[in-house]
Design a protein around this ligand. Sequence first.
Ligand code: HEM
Length: 504
Amino acid sequence: MMSTTTTTESAWGLAAYILLLPAAIAAITCLLLRALRASHLQGKNKSPPPGGIGSWCRGFVGAETLSFLADNSSGRGFYHFVHTRALRYGACFRTTLFARTHVFLLSSTARAAASGLLAADPPHFAKRYVRTVADLLGEHSLLCTSHDTHRRMRRAVAGLFASASTAAFVETFDRLLTARLLLSTTGCKDRVVVLNVALDVTFRAICEMLIGAQEDARKLERLQSDVMDVTQAMLAVPIRLPGTRFYRGLQARKRIMDALRQEISMRRQNGLKLDRRDDFLQTLLLKSHLDSPEEALTDEQILDNILTLIIAGQVTTATAITWMVKYLGDNTDLQEKLRSVQLDLASRHHDSTLTLQHLNTMDYAYKTVKESLRMATIVSWFPRVALKDCQVAGFHIKKDWIVNVDARSIHYDPNIYENPTLFDPSRFNDDMKPYSFLVFGAGSRTCLGMNLAKIMMLIFLHRLVTNFRWEMADHDTSLEKWAMFPRLKNGCPIHLTPIHKDMH
Ligand code: HEM
């Protein structure tokens, strides 16, 4: 009897053991996971994001840089580097580029972190630009300063983008573009490389706004070619030897600074207050005479920021325009739809010079501009350097690491944009989720020229679509090597067919 009871008890014990053990393990695992999650949330996690280099492969330091450079010099473009690592490690990963640790945050992780990293002026982070950019644009450039210095500089420059100068800019851009389109299409030239036209017109319009209309055409051409040399040197290896791209950029900067200094001294000799010009340079010079020393900018600060505005505005906008024309060249039905809307608007304002009021009525064209900006994502990610050890997205970030908020992954996230690779302006009929459209950045470093950029894109679109039909003259989609912003290697050549408006 006794032995039967013992046998039964041990059988029950074994059964309970078999049944309860997994439950106990599950409960402990659950508690551990909860504790781990809680420590993540409380910012106590000490583990860095996955990726990077372990001690076992220190010999391969530079392997990631080489891989980044290889993507940069291939037709796939540098974003391929980020994309492949995101597939391997997930939405937050770590890598080493040019001997610095970079952390990339993608999609929903990037959106969640964006408010802390971009929106305010976070004290533990500073905007990070590569040294070559500071050498080429100058130490006072808005793009290279941080915190208090940046705030003061931004206040001084932002004042220039008032509504009167924006309205004048609409007229300037429309005039320059109309003349340039006429030039490009006279003499049976039906093939136009969009990037060349866009670079030319954006440069002239931005310069006219900054330093006034230049009578001397050769001087302007020299300035344009110098600005291009500076732009091309920004991603170059910083070797200061004659013949290198970086050296050419530095020499070009010197010539630009000399030309601007001459312009300033000429304006001062003629008497600033007597001069009736109202370009940005004039406004800044007048302020430097009138304002208190804390608010006024020195000549060197003015010079660095005039160059910064040209560089920040020209290539970005020209690249965005080029992508927009390509997307509509690939989607001729949308091109036709837009044409009919814009021709209707054009006839209502008698095809006159465009004004801000006209642009404000271009609802569908504006959505086309936004969709082009989303798909092109000219600035792929926003780098911020950690000023001390901290936590981001539940991972430990060390001082001096660079955290990159990846905008491209947000713009192509199917949870935010259905069929993200489809060009569809009507998706902007709906309201946007916060931090889902980061084309111009966010927070204290938001693009200062975003309204000008939208204006240039709208006018370009309106003039092109109401005067021509177009189709792609070359379907090669490979990207230009070593470009600061992803853009087509062929510059987007198109065939243009003039529209006879009365027959439309
Ligand atoms: C489609 C065209 C453009 C795009 C996509 C673009 C994009 C951006 C982005 C994303 C930033 C912020 C970067 C960051 O937070 O790390 C930025 C900053 C800036 N942009 Fe633009 N931009 C464009 C056109 C322009 C134009 C036309 C100008 C002026 C003429 C301009 C002037 C600036 C300046 C001065 C900054 C620095 C602002 C600061 O740090 O306070 N941009 N831009």
